[in-house]
Design a protein around this ligand. Structure first.
Ligand SMILES: Cc1ncc(COP(=O)(O)O)c(C=O)c1O
Length: 415
């Protein structure tokens, strides 16, 4: 379809491009009789706290990712806390983190006394920028948190090289990247310790749940000691002495959630394939219009927790706010991405983070203008639906909406 055929934008009085109802096309999670049977199975078993399905889920993740250990958690945030705790951090230890991520990639570390040091993300894959990360290494730096944001594997070769040079641990937050691979290695196998969230919107949802993976016996043991009473009691090491207390929190998954996660994981690859095919189909059309859609680079197979595109108003001539209004008028569900940059949040800029971490040293100054490159590219991002079950017709309608609007950029800019 070319601009001539695309017609007048709806915001200028033309017909809406998107006439199909997107609710079925975007329904997620996909729950079927198989999930219902798995939940019923747990209910009929009768033990709602401990059920074999938890270990089955852990085994599936362990095998999928080729890891030695897997430990299921009540959510991804708890799994992140366990991962930080596993690293045996001292108060004041610094961890290099992205600002462009969900807060749970970062904030749980504060309960161990560690200090987040925010780094720039790079605009092509949206993950940590290895050059900027290395610049921020100090004698107190112990680890980095690598996030595969929106399902795009980060630049692991460069980041691992920095980690190796400075003897840093890599904590991989793979919460957006179930089923993605980097150089044929699954996400979830790329960190000293790796975490998945299984929250309801994720690609392999449990409702609420999280998975921690590692090959390191000592890290696994510490993760257990944080808050899994039953597993501590099973240890055959001196850590068994903590069976009467844990380290003060409780982290295990509910088997009802594990049962759903177990079924969902079985369908992960086939459902990722549909979502990927739909988004790639639309991406090719949007790329032709000048948007950057973050298609998989050659060395990775990405997945799409969410579908973000980069729109550069300098190149395309229409302010991004006007584009959003015009897309809404066309019937498109397009919005700003939903994570605010963490380093700009009052929790950090007003000093609350330091009150939790209590390092005894002056808190770092978190300045809202500290990451200009991350800020610049984040301001150009738009979130589209993830189209887990969309028809080609609906995807074509979205493409027409963008095409109509961008081919009338001049008129719309004046409107
Ligand atoms: C990147 C990332 N890490 C961690 C989490 C925390 O997971 P949960 O919501 O399961 O606690 C999320 C949740 O959205 C996330 O997006």
């Amino acid at each position: 379809m070319n601009a001539l055929h695309a017609g007048k934008p709806a915001i200028l009085g033309g017909p809406r491009a998107v006439t199909m109802d997107g609710s079925e096309a975007n329904r997620w999670p996909l729950l079927t009789a198989e999930d219902e049977a798995a939940v019923l199975n747990v209910i009929r078993h009768g033990d709602l706290s401990l059920h074999p399905v938890t270990r089955e889920l852990e085994d599936d993740y362990r095998m999928r990712c080729g890891r030695r250990h897997a430990l299921a958690h009540c959510n991804g945030t708890a799994a992140m806390l366990a991962a930080f705790f596993a690293l045996n951090l001292e108060p004041g230890d610094e961890i290099l983190v992205p600002s462009a991520t969900h807060w749970a990639s970062v904030l749980p570390m504060l309960w161990t006394g560690a200090v987040p040091v925010f780094c720039e993300s790079e605009p092509e894959r949206m993950g940590l920028d290895a050059v900027d990360v290395e610049r921020r290494v100090t004698p107190r730096t112990r680890a980095m948190v690598v996030v595969h944001l929106w399902g795009m594997p980060a630049r692991m070769a460069e980041l691992r090289a920095v980690a190796a040079r400075h003897k840093l641990k890599v904590l991989e937050d793979a919460s957006h990247a179930h089923g993605a691979t980097w150089h044929d290695t699954p996400c979830g196998a790329l960190g000293d310790v790796s975490v998945f969230s299984l929250q309801s919107s994720k690609l392999a949802p449990a409702g609420e749940g999280g998975i921690l993976l590692t090959d390191d016996d000592a890290l696994y043991e510490r993760a257990i000691c944080l808050g899994d009473m039953v597993r501590i009691a099973e240890l055959e090491t001196p850590a068994l002495r903590f069976a009467g207390t844990s380290f003060g929190v409780k982290t295990r998954i509910a088997p009802l959630s594990a049962a759903i996660a177990h079924v969902q994981l079985r369908h992960l690859d086939e459902r990722n394939a549909v979502r990927n095919a739909n988004i790639e189909y639309l991406s090719v059309k949007l790329e032709r219009l000048g948007l950057h859609t973050f298609l998989s680079p050659v060395d990775v197979q990405r997945v799409y927790f969410e579908f973000l595109v980069r729109y550069d108003e300098k190149d395309l001539g229409l302010p991004i706010g006007t584009l959003l209004k015009a897309l809404a008028a066309e019937g498109c569900d397009v919005s700003w991405p939903r994570y605010p940059l963490l380093h700009q949040q009052p929790f950090f800029t007003e000093g609350h983070s330091a009150r939790i971490a209590r390092t005894g040293t002056p808190p770092p100054e978190y300045r809202p203008d500290a990451l200009p490159r991350t800020e610049a590219f984040s301001a150009c991002l738009l979130k589209l639906p993830s189209f887990p079950r969309a028809s080609r017709e609906l995807l074509d309608q979205y493409a027409v909406a963008f095409e109509k609007i961008l081919s009338h950029a001049y008129a719309l800019g004046k409107a």
